[in-house]
Design a protein around this ligand. Structure first.
Ligand code: PA5
Length: 423
């Protein structure tokens, strides 16, 4: 479940007054009649996903876990952010387990590419290359290096070590995989990149990281069932969507998604892509930005408190932390920290959150929407992701925008291809 609290949101309107508009758009989403409706496959995916492929994902993940020191996940945008966000949220940043999951193919940084290639040279590794189009340049460049390394290191066994997740029939990667005999998983036609974490795109790397993907899908299904009822008294995804539009009406042009846990930072990166690519069109949309507090209170905090009043914050809180520690007593108390003796670090974090809420809302006049998740389990992750999918679709349709294309992304690519001399 996700709880939405509005007591810090400084609302100037009644949320429930949007019910009629929400009902109309809900029909469009669930009956798949809105703009971009050929990309609404994610809506009932927690019911309709390919069960056979799901079992194959688990099987392959067992093989990878048994044989690899490192799994390289080669993809960009929707082809990596979901998996990375899930793995960090559920395993933390130093999981100390095998295989180590390394994300590559999401940058043109030559330093990063070279360092990863050097790092894996003497390790046992598998590659999962992920691209729906099969032609994304960042991914294709990294993959060529990885393919060469795998072929050199594993010879005949190379085709066993590379797994391709791509379109079922089209694209360069699909053709290459067929030619080389790689195992493949499918990205369905009606699910776009940023809505694909519940497909093999996310599930294979997540399963390789030791996460129970059955639980994850169970969470997504629970959310799907809960959000079939459009009633704004109970539908938290639609509450959040409407609150975003209300914030916009109150003059806010940016939303900062804030977490209080470093292992949730990639969730905010995933969320930025979801809302940025879905909503930022036709001169409309709220700029999605993010912060991990209290870390960023020592950088962005100043702007939030006293800078231009252009933003609202959405807190994404987790009730139970994955791990906790008790602050130790020190007889000498040279650091004067004994006032915290016996307190849990998570309690300190929660007090920091309360103090910040008071500062930003009451003293800074910055509205805060508070979303609370129970824990960082696979179930909660699945629930939360579906919550954001549904909220995003509602939010975009309220602006009469197609949430499922990204025409603006092509502009830099065209210019870059010209400069690179691509035909
Ligand atoms: O959401 C999207 O569709 C995009 O962000 C894509 O995921 C991203 O551009 C990668 O595309 P592809 O999977 O075709 O390599």
């Amino acid at each position: 479940m996700i709880k939405v609290e509005t007591k810090y949101a400084l609302l100037q309107e009644d949320l429930l007054s949007y019910q009629e508009e929400v009902n109309r758009i809900h029909e469009m989403i669930d009956n798949k009649t809105g703009k971009g409706n050929d990309f609404l496959g994610w809506v009932d995916w927690p019911d309709t996903y390919d069960k056979e492929e799901f079992e194959r994902i688990i099987e392959v993940s067992e093989e990878v876990k048994a044989n690899a020191d490192v799994l390289l996940v080669c993809g960009i945008g929707g082809s990596y952010l979901g998996a990375r966000s899930a793995i960090e949220m559920m395993n933390g940043l130093y999981p100390q387990r095998k295989p180590e999951i390394i994300f590559i193919g999401n940058t043109f940084s030559s330093t990063y590419l070279k360092q990863v290639c050097d790092y894996i040279k003497d390790k046992s590794f598998y590659v999962n290359v992920i691209s729906k189009s099969g032609t994304t340049t960042e991914t294709s460049i990294a993959f060529r290096f990885l393919k060469n390394m795998v072929e050199e290191k594993y010879g005949e066994e190379a085709s066993q070590r590379i797994i391709a997740t791509t379109d079922k029939a089209r694209g360069t990667l699909k053709a290459l995989a067929a030619q080389k005999g790689y195992r493949t998983f499918v990205i369905p036609d009606d699910i776009g990149g940023r809505y694909s974490v519940f497909t093999a795109v996310g599930l294979l790397p997540i399963a390789c990281a030791g996460v129970d993907i059955r639980e994850l899908m169970r969470g997504s299904k629970a959310a799907m069932d809960d959000f079939r009822n459009p009633d704004l008294h109970v539908n938290s995804a639609y509450q959040y969507a409407v609150l975003r539009r209300m914030m916009e009406k109150q003059g806010k042009s940016a939303e900062m998604l804030v977490t209080y846990d470093l292992s949730m930072t990639m969730i905010t990166e995933w969320w930025k892509q979801l809302f940025g690519e879905s909503e930022g069109k036709e001169g409309k949309g709220i700029l999605p930005t993010s912060g991990t507090f209290s870390t960023d209170l020592h950088s962005l905090g100043q702007f939030v408190q006293e800078g231009k009043k252009m933003l609202f914050e959405t807190l994404l809180l987790v009730e139970k932390p994955m791990l906790d520690m008790t602050f130790p007593t020190d007889d000498e108390n040279l650091d004067n920290m004994n006032y915290l003796s016996g307190k849990s670090i998570d309690w300190v974090n929660k007090m920091a959150c309360l103090g910040t809420l008071e500062a930003h809302v009451e003293q800074g006049n910055v509205p805060n929407i508070v979303l609370t998740l129970e824990d960082n389990s696979a179930y909660s992750y699945g629930y939360m992701i579906y919550f954001f999918f549904k909220a995003c679709a509602m939010s975009c349709y309220m602006l009469d925008i197609n949430p499922f294309n990204q025409p603006g992304v092509e502009v830099y690519k065209k210019n870059m291809f010209r400069l690179l001399g691509k035909e």
